[in-house]
Design a protein around this ligand. Structure first.
Ligand SMILES: [Zn+2]
Length: 109
């Protein structure tokens, strides 16, 4: 089954994202410096880290969802129209939930 290899890849990706997410939380828990110039840099870093945190969280959510879909045997079924999603598309975009037609229809809106 082609999904089993992709599942392994997704689990590995998930593990590294969770690790990154742990490092991000550590940074966000650091005590702000008392010097105001340092504080400004610290806050700027915070914004970058928070943006990264958002991306990491949504990637984690996407992968968890893809794993649920694989385990439920719905991984290659389009959520929108119920058609089969092309395997090449899934290999390129393993967390996708839509077939190419539905995905491009969504991009138009
Ligand atoms: Zn579709």
């Amino acid at each position: 089954m082609p999904s089993s290899k992709i599942r392994v890849d997704l689990v590995e990706k998930l593990a590294s994202l969770l690790q990154r997410s742990g490092r991000i939380s550590e940074h966000l828990r650091e005590t702000p410096p008392s010097d105001w110039e340092e504080l400004a840099t610290f806050r700027e870093n915070d914004e970058v880290v928070e943006a990264l945190d958002d991306i990491t969280r949504s990637e984690i959510a996407d992968i968890k969802q893809a794993l649920r879909r694989i385990d439920a045997g719905e991984w290659n079924t389009c959520e929108e129209c119920g058609d089969e999603i092309n395997i090449r598309r899934l290999e390129a975009l393993p967390t996708t939930r839509w077939c190419i037609n539905c995905a491009s229809a969504k991009e138009d809106h």
